[in-house]
Design a protein around this ligand. Structure first.
Ligand SMILES: Nc1nc2c(c(=O)[nH]1)N[C@H]1C(S)=C(S)[C@@H](COP(=O)(O)OP(=O)(O)OC[C@H]3O[C@@H](n4cnc5c(=O)[nH]c(N)nc54)[C@H](O)[C@@H]3O)O[C@H]1N2
Ligand SMILES: Nc1nc2c(c(=O)[nH]1)N[C@H]1C(S)=C(S)[C@@H](COP(=O)(O)OP(=O)(O)OC[C@H]3O[C@@H](n4cnc5c(=O)[nH]c(N)nc54)[C@H](O)[C@@H]3O)O[C@H]1N2
Ligand code: SF4
Ligand SMILES: [Mo]
Length: 905
């Protein structure tokens, strides 16, 4: 087929950018931003613009696989056998143990049609509310916040409010990494109107702070105290909108009583900031013509997540900064269709159309529409509770779709024990490589980005038509189709002879059935259809029947969807995070995102280019902490929490305050033995049940692991990964990553207390191609020097050092430069472990700042030393001229070259 273009959306974050997929009907060949899509107007970030480079077929799940006993291996099967088996097991489990003995755990990355099918399956057919999604780890505090304060789960703003605002508060969000295209928009707005104030509230000095007029590096978990402290000052200075308060709100009196105690001194001390900065912040919030707040996981992932959300919304209500251009509390959604999940009722406590599972009237409405007698009135389990119940044996069959719980849930020991114990685990996945895959008794291959059709809703309530470009590989099928096929087989067993609840043949039919459940509700989107979206482009709800266009802004009339029609002030006191620093666990572990990786890395982790910015797992700690522990950059430590431990390398990083440590959330057990969530805690917010993933007490313990391994190998990196990762299982420290660009390679660093069995090293070498062929080797096991390099046609293609690995970075750079010169040969055949000359062990691998133009940090620094400014760097090196994701970091390097960076707190 000839080259063609299909307009679709990016499958990563909640910005929901439009992409143009270039393809030939079978393969995706390229991707560019859709200039007509109102979320991005043609822009893409470093992740979106590399979508076509990800998703290596070798990593994809291509065929159904079934295991017929826990001790047995999974074998390939066909769809019919797979789904008949699943339907038989589910039907038997339901009839023997009741509908609440099965559960569904789904994802904010599903399309709305997928979601709807799952919901109907769980609630109408099975009769259980045990259907929850990974949005429980992500958005559920925002859901509660909006509902408690404003009456409905609806972000009231639009992206254009970022351009129109006079004061933007970014709190608990690293937009520069996590919502980059929106951040670009804010950067441009601020450069056009420099008087616009930007406040960033984050314990770390992130790249987002690059845009900040004020950065409050508050102590983790103290946001509620900060917001109450700001409110205290707003009231004191009379920076409030009395008319709005009187006409449109209730509950201020109680809140006033509460915040009276949150004096500037007390709050500044509690939050670890200065009184002056607190006052400055309150002044800008209180006196700016328009005030917009943007927030994300720094607020939601907390045992006080609901309180944090409402305390922030209080600031908008007291100043009347809502329902106007450039104003409002704007929650940034994480996943591309977290919103669609909330709309279709895909949390255990919800029902489609922003309804409540606990509300009898709502249940009756939905049951009547679905034509079933009733919906279950039992309380459904939320993610953390769900896995606890799986472990205790109450849940006997579990269906997981489009999420990787063995990587992303906290307290991994419990999660893995649960998956192990569960009699029947179905996993509907696009990639067979995930941490959860080994636990699946039935693996169902799902179509993924570019291969499926449906709709998604982005952060600004805008619904886009996601279009299919190519056919899915192997036997993979779209999620809605898998769910519907299974449901039809299950209903034949549970409701024989009755008309099907799942007579869907196209996703558009699923959408049309679903949308009727929004009729007359706050999100009414009955006017939207797949066809309308094709005609008019993406639209913002509410969009009722007959509407001509969507709704950019909510609550412009000051009427809120609460019982009284008034917005509610919420008076929750500040409560400290669960695990406070103490003598045993003196550090607070913060987890969060990197610029170029997505979650558990099943997709981004297949593209070597995306490791250019951050190449491997590293625990960031302040230089003072390193000194305190007498550690050097790159040293291994045993990072321990109350639940588990992980051995990881440390890096000095003054963007993290002393007393804290930061570990990216991406490194699961595949890439870093143990994985980040071995450490995190299951404690959750009492209302939203969202776990405190950003705040765990940890300590650093020194480790003695004198035996080291370093390996690098080119070729089929996925195949090498799958073969080599299990061979490393016995080592205490294991870190895998990809490197390179044109010639991708797998990189392994490992360490152990003693050398492994020689056979193990032999097996590793075998996979690396180092046991025969053009291999240079030097072995002196007595002195722990054991080095091997393969040189094919004058190029290094594989390296393995064991025992001592002092030359690893030097070798890695030689490989990168394609050098296999005389110096290397001499070094290789000499009884030396350290690399020759001054290029010693301290040489570190190259960091790529600009992914699009492949510009390294070294090149940027050299340019800065030669006097180039941002414009000059862009012109001479090309960096930052394409997606712009690296610009904040370049600016930071520029700023650091003129003044030392210090905390602004
Ligand atoms: N590159 C990339 N982008 C993504 C994703 C990805 O995996 N990779 N995932 C998407 C998803 S699903 C989500 S949910 C979003 C997440 O987007 P963000 O929430 O912006 O990202 P995080 O890095 O998880 O956390 C944001 C910040 O919260 C700060 N923080 C920690 N504790 C506190 C606290 O107590 N108070 C405050 N005020 N801040 C705190 C952290 O230091 C961190 O910088 O990103 C989306 N976009
Ligand atoms: N420590 C720590 N942990 C965290 C967080 C944190 O900040 N810190 N953040 C939390 C948050 S906000 C989130 S959202 C979660 C995310 O956690 P997960 O949901 O586990 O993240 P993903 O790796 O995106 O998982 C999605 C899975 O779906 C698969 N997939 C991709 N496309 C398709 C498809 O079309 N169909 C199907 N069926 N499968 C597909 C992917 O291969 C991938 O394995 O992580 C949470 N965990
Ligand atoms: S900002 Fe980047 S990751 Fe998010 S939707 Fe747009 S291109 Fe995709
Ligand atoms: Mo998320």
């Amino acid at each position: 087929m000839s080259r063609q273009t299909t307009a679709s959306t990016c499958c990563y974050c909640g910005v929901g950018c439009g992409v143009l997929i270039e393809h030939d009907g079978e393969q995706i060949l390229g991707v560019s931003g859709d200039p007509t899509h109102p979320a991005n107007f043609g822009k893409l970030c470093s992740k979106g613009s590399t979508l076509h480079l990800t998703g290596d077929l070798a990593a994809r799940a291509l065929y159904p696989e079934l295991r017929l006993g826990k001790a047995l291996a999974r074998g390939r099967t066909d769809w019919d056998t797979a789904l008949e088996h699943a339907a038989t097991v589910f039907a038997a489990t339901i009839s023997e143990h009741g509908p609440d003995s099965v559960a569904f755990y789904i994802s904010g990355q599903l399309l709305t049609e997928d979601y709807y099918a799952f919901n109907k399956l769980a609630r109408a057919l099975v009769g259980t509310n045990n259907i929850d999604s990974n949005s429980r780890l992500c958005m559920s505090s925002a859901v509660v916040g909006y509902k408690r304060s404003l009456g409905a789960d609806a972000p009231p703003c639009s992206y254009e409010d970022l351009e129109l605002s006079d004061c933007v508060m970014i709190v608990g969000s690293n937009m520069a990494y996590a919502h980059p295209v929106l951040f670009r928009r804010l950067e441009e707005a601020k450069s056009r109107r420099p008087q616009m104030k930007v406040i960033v509230i984050d314990p770390r000095r992130t790249d987002t702070c690059d845009l900040a007029d004020l950065h409050l590096a508050i102590l983790p978990g103290t946001d509620v105290a900060l917001f109450h402290g700001i409110l205290h000052l707003l009231l004191w200075e009379d920076w409030v909108d009395r008319a709005f308060i009187n006409a449109h709100t209730e509950g201020l009196a109680e809140l006033k009583n509460l915040v009276r105690d949150y004096t500037p001194q007390m709050v500044a001390q509690l939050c670890g900031i200065s009184v002056e900065h607190l006052q400055q912040c309150a002044e800008w919030v209180g006196t700016s013509k328009s005030f917009l707040s943007l927030w994300c996981m720094g607020l939601n992932q907390s045992t006080a997540g609901s309180a944090k959300n409402s305390a922030l919304i209080n600031l908008h209500l007291v100043t009347g900064q809502i329902g106007r251009p450039g104003a409002g509390p704007f929650s940034l959604t994480g996943q591309p269709n977290a919103m669609g999940g909330r709309e279709t009722g895909s949390l255990s406590n919800l029902l489609p159309g922003h309804r409540e599972a606990a509300n009898a009237e709502h249940r009756a409405e939905v049951a009547a529409y679905w034509g079933v007698e009733k919906l279950p009135d039992t309380t459904g389990l939320t993610a953390i509770e769900l896995f606890e119940q799986v472990q205790s044996g109450k849940i006997k069959a579990m269906w997981i779709a489009c999420t990787n719980p063995a990587q992303s849930l906290p307290d991994q020991q419990t999660v893995r024990a649960a998956l192990q114990a569960c009699p029947f685990v179905v996993l509907q996945e696009a990639f067979h490589t995930t941490e959860t895959a080994p636990f699946a008794d039935l693996l169902l291959p799902a179509a993924s980005w570019g291969e499926k059709e449906g709709t998604v809703t982005n952060s600004e309530r805008r619904i886009s038509h996601v279009r299919r470009a190519i056919t899915a590989p192997g036997e993979a099928r779209p999620d809605w189709a898998i769910t519907v096929d299974f449901a039809q087989r299950l209903e034949r067993r549970l409701r024989p002879g009755q008309p099907s609840l799942f007579a869907f043949e196209q996703p558009a039919q699923v959408f049309d059935e679903y949308k009727q459940l929004t009729r007359g509700r706050d999100l009414d989107l009955c006017g939207i259809s797949h066809a309308l979206l094709d005609r008019l482009g993406p639209q913002q709800w509410p969009f009722p029947d007959g509407a001509l266009n969507g709704t950019p802004r909510l609550y412009m009339d000051g009427i809120f969807p609460t019982e009284s029609g008034r917005a509610q002030f919420v008076a929750d006191p500040y409560r400290a995070a669960k695990e406070q620093r103490d003598a045993r666990f003196p550090l607070t572990l913060i987890t969060g995102r990197l610029r170029d990786q997505w979650h558990g890395m099943s997709r981004t982790g297949t593209a070597a280019q995306l490791f250019g910015h951050v190449s491997e797992a590293l625990l960031s700690v302040h230089p003072d902490e390193l000194r305190r522990y007498r550690l050097q950059n790159g040293d291994l430590v045993n990072l321990k929490s109350r639940r588990g431990s992980v051995i990881v390398a440390v890096g000095s990083d003054d963007s993290v305050r002393p007393g804290q440590a930061f570990l990216p959330m991406h490194w699961g057990d595949r890439f870093l033995k143990g994985g980040v969530n071995a450490l995190t805690q299951p404690a959750f917010d009492p209302l939203s049940k969202q776990p405190e993933l950003k705040h765990s007490g940890v300590r650093l313990e020194p480790v003695k692991l004198p035996w080291h391994l370093f390996a690098l190998v080119e070729g089929d990196v996925q195949q090498h990964f799958e073969a080599l990762r299990p061979l490393c299982e016995d080592f205490s420290y294991v870190s895998l990553s990809l490197t390179g660009r044109e010639r991708p390679a797998l990189l392994i660093r490992a360490a152990s207390a003693q050398a492994p069995d020689p056979q193990r090293l032999h097996d590793i070498d075998q996979q690396l191609g180092l046991n025969d062929g053009p291999v240079l080797a030097y072995d002196d096991p007595r002195r722990a020097i054991c080095k091997r390099v393969r040189i094919d046609q004058g190029r290094i293609t594989a390296i393995r050092l064991a025992g001592e690995t002092l030359a690893q970075h030097w070798l890695q750079n030689l490989w990168l430069e394609g050098r296999a010169d005389e110096q290397l040969r001499r070094w290789l055949l000499a009884p030396l472990s350290t690399p020759p000359g001054s290029a010693g062990a301290t040489v570190s691998p190259r960091k790529t700042l600009c992914n699009c133009k492949n510009v390294s940090e070294d090149a940027v620094c050299a340019g800065i030393r030669n006097g180039l400014d941002l414009q000059g760097l862009k012109q001479q090196l090309g960096c930052g001229t394409q997606c712009g994701s690296c610009v904040p970091e370049i600016k930071r390097l520029l700023a650091a070259s003129v003044q030392p960076i210090a905390f602004t707190s």
